[in-house]
Write a protein that binds this ligand. Structure first.
Ligand SMILES: CC[C@@H](C(=O)O)C(=O)SCCNC(=O)CCNC(=O)[C@H](O)C(C)(C)COP(=O)(O)OP(=O)(O)OC[C@H]1O[C@@H](n2cnc3c(N)ncnc32)[C@H](O)[C@@H]1OP(=O)(O)O
Length: 295
């Protein structure tokens, strides 16, 4: 697909930033690796649903430098997953993420270091949002600062009862820098984004639904035999949008993404190309043979 391929190409070559902006991805990667700790784990399931886990429980899943690098590596793996249909992004041990690891932040304390880290994370999170998979952030516990920003790099957000998303950057004398402000405006509109960022408001599951930041509330059940875990609940919720063959689900995500990101004429051309990739495909031929009715 012509325009889609160009969009993909732009994103893997760094999309927004290049050497013109003083961005050297390999150099930043090397610097970030020096701030080690935790991991970002990927489980690719046979069902076509991936689970990406932010894993640094002793620091409330704060993002060390090496985790930023791992996030980018996991996104690369997901970009090359033909059988993939959906993705759940969650945190380990009952909480989502408390944002940047403050120890790494202190080590990058000059504006140049901060901006390099921002550029790296913006590129990784833009690629996460542009995956041809339907993605959902499963928020349990807290998503603070950079953690709140990561939730906005998914197509949907599900909040467990008792969980909180909070853009606390203002309290730190900062603004979001991982692309979270731009994405938040797209999700909740500029009025609500100004309230959330300007007031560093705590968004609980009810408020989240009200302003459209959250797409559903999950009830954390007591761990008992037969009780669904939050991940299982999120998988069930996602199932409505990922049921069917991977090429069709990926095609749906691509046309929505191009409609959101491209000027209309480019989006229309992409839609035509993506349509061509599924027209007379196995799923299309099967549906025609079944003479299905949609009453
Ligand atoms: C670049 C800026 C920005 C962005 O990218 O947008 C950021 O993300 S900056 C990071 C913003 N986050 C914070 O400032 C979080 C600060 N921490 C807290 O508010 C609290 O720790 C908590 C997350 C609300 C949890 O509170 P509580 O349940 O009471 O646990 P503890 O406070 O005891 O936390 C356990 C342990 O974890 C350490 N911790 C938590 N978050 C971070 C973090 N972001 N970086 C480094 N360390 C973190 C906390 O210090 C405790 O460690 P010990 O004191 O050694 O036990």
């Amino acid at each position: 697909c012509g325009t889609w391929a160009r969009l993909q190409q732009r994103q893997s070559s760094g999309c927004v930033y290049s050497s013109i902006h003083g961005f050297n991805q390999n150099e930043v990667r090397e610097k970030l690796q020096a701030f080690a700790g935790g991991s970002v784990d990927l489980l690719k399931q046979d069902s076509g649903i991936g689970v990406l886990t932010i894993n640094n429980p002793s620091l409330m899943n704060a993002f060390s430098g090496s985790m930023m690098v791992e996030l980018e590596e996991r996104v690369s793996q997901l970009e090359n997953w033909p059988e993939g249909k959906g993705l759940i992004v969650c945190g380990a041990a009952g909480t989502f993420s408390s944002g940047s690891d403050l120890n790494a932040v202190r080590g990058l304390s000059n504006p140049e270091g901060g901006m390099q880290m921002c550029m790296f994370m913006q590129v990784a999170l833009t690629r996460l949002l542009r995956l041809p998979l339907v993605s959902v952030a499963l928020v349990e516990g807290r998503a603070l600062g950079g953690g709140a920003e990561i939730t906005t790099a998914c197509d949907f957000r599900l909040m467990a009862s008792g969980s909180v998303i909070q853009f606390i950057q203002k309290h730190m004398g900062l603004v979001p820098g991982w692309g979270g402000a731009a994405r938040l405006v797209n999700i909740v509109g500029s009025q609500n984004a100004l309230k959330l960022l300007g007031g560093a408001l705590k968004v609980d599951s009810e408020f989240g639904l009200q302003i459209g930041l959250s797409d559903g509330v999950l009830e954390a059940s007591q761990a008992s035999e037969g009780a669904e875990t939050l991940i299982q609940q999120a998988e069930n919720w996602l199932g409505r949008y990922t049921k069917g063959p991977a090429p069709v689900i990926q095609a749906v995500k691509k046309v929505v993404l191009s409609g959101r990101e491209l000027p209309l004429s480019d989006a229309l051309r992409t839609e035509k190309d993506v349509f061509g990739s599924v027209w007379s495909g196995p799923a299309n031929l099967h549906a025609l043979a079944m003479k299905s009715k949609y009453k």
